[in-house]
Design a protein around this ligand. Structure first.
Ligand code: SF4
Length: 298
């Protein structure tokens, strides 16, 4: 029932539904666009829909609002929050900036708008490496994901400090997980998201964002893969590659907040236009400078 009603409402209200790869399968199936943070940001910035329904977590819907301030942006579940985003504290970052005025603040998209407003540039896991290369000779503070920051520091050899934040599902991955799955599936390649600890990333055959993992598995001649990111991506991997096999690196790869939105939530949110995202205009003006810089450099 919800599927038909959502489709009808979407047409009547000129709405677009965006869903992250980590969403529940049925949400991905009804979305107009399924993607990672970078792709969905680009859609949000360019859409001519009047309403953007963002099926993801709060910072994603908030980023869509930053990029499309005149649109109505809805997050179907108000308590879908990213735990990593909560690890970047505004007062702490402000104090750090004052103490280190020459440091470039490179901030992961997985942050609140007020953190973006303190930043020089925003990055996603798809474009972080490319963008950070523009700051080769600078001292960089990478906020808030220590794992992605340490991965880039190790790979590029740049002067990068990292904020002590992390994604709780990726940070739990261990060398033991890798050994167990390599033994269980000896013919599979291991593809891991850069939010995992460095020692796990060093054991991977490929390190990349969710979209990069999807593209890699689709284009690679191998037929079996161990996936080191949230289980939601398995749906897109299997749809794109019905003859290939995918195994999760760990059962813990399941972000609860990314799975909060149901079809019923989506229907009610669109029907009643509830859980609208609002952003303070002064914060938005500052945050958009860092987001625009990302768009230019990515
Ligand atoms: S998977 Fe990790 S980074 Fe993504 S929303 Fe969940 S807690 Fe945040």
């Amino acid at each position: 029932m919800y599927i038909e009603e959502i489709k009808k409402l979407k047409k009547e209200k000129n709405a677009v539904i965006l869903a992250h790869f980590y969403q529940n399968d049925e949400i991905q199936d009804i979305a107009d666009y399924v993607g990672d943070s970078l792709a969905l940001s680009k859609v949000a910035a360019s859409t001519d829909a009047d309403i953007i329904v963002f099926c993801g977590v709060f910072f994603m819907a908030e980023t869509a609002k930053l990029l499309s301030p005149t649109k109505k942006v809805l997050l179907p579940k108000a308590n879908a929050l990213c735990r990593m985003a909560a690890m970047a504290d505004y007062d702490e970052l402000l104090a750090y900036k004052k103490a280190h005025p020459d440091t470039v603040i490179v901030t992961y998209v997985n942050t609140r708008a007020n953190i973006k407003a303190l930043s020089d540039v925003i990055v996603t896991s798809s474009n972080a490496e490319k963008i950070i290369k523009n700051y080769k000779d600078k001292h960089v503070m990478y906020v808030p994901d220590k794992n992605l920051g340490l991965y880039l520091k190790d790979k590029l050899g740049y002067n990068i400090d990292v904020w002590p934040g992390f994604c709780y599902i990726h940070d739990l991955l261990t060398i033991k997980d890798v050994e167990n799955k390599r033994t269980e599936f000896p013919n599979a390649k291991l593809l891991v998201h850069p939010e995992a600890p460095l020692e796990v990333l060093k054991k991977a055959d490929f390190v990349g964002s969710t979209k990069q993992i999807l593209d890699y598995a689709t284009n690679d001649p191998f037929e079996e893969f161990i996936i080191g990111t949230d289980k939601g991506i398995i749906h897109a991997l299997e749809k794109a590659n019905p003859n290939k096999k995918f195994h999760l690196l760990s059962r813990g790869l399941n972000c609860i907040n990314m799975k909060r939105i149901t079809l019923e939530d989506l229907y009610i949110s669109l029907r009643d236009e509830v859980h609208e995202i609002e952003v303070d205009e002064e914060v938005r003006k500052k945050a958009i400078i860092a987001l625009d810089r990302m768009m230019e450099l990515s």
